[in-house]
Design a binder for this molecule. Structure first.
Ligand SMILES: Cc1cc2nc3c(=O)[nH]c(=O)nc-3n(C[C@H](O)[C@H](O)[C@H](O)COP(=O)(O)O)c2cc1C
Length: 174
C-alpha cells in the first residue's frame, strides 16, 4: 500500500503533527492546496489532517470535492482542535456537521489536542475567540478561549501511528 499525508492548518499545529507523522511513518506529505485528483490517483492509503475553526474543518471542502476518489481508498483523518479528546459528543457532532454520511462512515478519525497562542492570531481570529468567550457558559472553556493553550505533543499521535502501521501490515500479508 502506498500512503501519503495531506493536511490543512492555519498557525502551525496541524503542520507540526503532519511532520511528526511523516517522520514516524516515512510517508510523503503535501499541503491540501497542492493535492489534486491526479495526486490521489497514485496512493491507496491517505492520511488527512485538519484543524477546526468555529466548528468547521478547514479541509472539509476539499474532502467533499474529492469524496468520490477517497471512497476507493483507506482514509485516516486527524483533527487538531481545542475539543478535548474525551468529549465524544462534541466530536461526533463535528464529524456529522463537516463530513457527508458515506465518507464519515468509511474514514477512521482521531482527535488531537492542538495549540492556540493568542498573541500570534490575526485580529479577526482574536475577535472571533473574544466573542466566543463572551457567550461561553463553561468556565474551563471560557478560560481556554481567553488565554489560549498549547497541548501539542508527539505522543498524541501514538494511536494513529499504530492504526496506520496495522493497516500497512495487513495489506502486506494479503
Ligand atoms: C478563531 C478560532 C476558532 C476556533 N474554533 C474552534 C472550534 O470551533 N472547535 C475547536 O475544537 N477548536 C477551535 N479552535 C482551536 C483550533 O482548532 C486549535 O487552536 C488548532 O490547534 C489550530 O491548529 P492550526 O494551527 O493547525 O490551524 C479555534 C481557534 C481559533 C483561533
Amino acid at each position: 500500500m502506498k500512503g501519503i499525508i495531506i493536511y490543512q492548518g492555519r498557525y502551525g499545529a496541524t503542520d507540526q503533527y503532519a511532520h511528526w507523522l511523516a517522520d514516524a511513518l516515512g510517508l510523503p506529505l503535501l499541503r491540501v492546496e497542492s493535492a489534486t485528483p491526479a495526486t490521489l490517483a497514485g496512493y491507496d492509503l491517505i492520511i488527512l489532517g485538519s484543524s477546526v475553526y468555529v466548528g468547521k474543518l478547514l479541509i472539509a471542502k476539499w474532502i467533499d470535492q474529492n469524496a468520490g476518489l477517497l471512497a476507493e481508498k483507506k482514509v485516516f483523518l486527524f483533527i487538531v482542535c481545542g475539543t478535548t479528546s474525551d468529549d465524544s459528543i462534541q466530536q461526533q457532532q463535528l464529524i456529522h456537521n463537516n463530513l457527508g454520511r458515506a465518507i464519515s462512515r468509511s474514514i477512521t478519525w482521531f482527535f488531537l489536542p492542538g495549540r492556540c497562542i493568542i498573541s500570534k492570531l490575526s485580529w479577526k481570529d482574536r475577535l472571533v475567540l473574544k466573542i466566543g468567550a463572551w457567550f461561553e457558559k463553561n468556565p474551563k472553556k471560557k478560560r481556554v478561549m481567553k488565554q489560549g493553550f498549547d497541548e501539542l505533543d508527539r505522543r498524541h499521535l501514538d494511536k494513529l501511528i499504530a492504526a496506520v502501521r496495522a493497516t500497512l501490515k495487513e495489506t502486506a500479508v494479503c
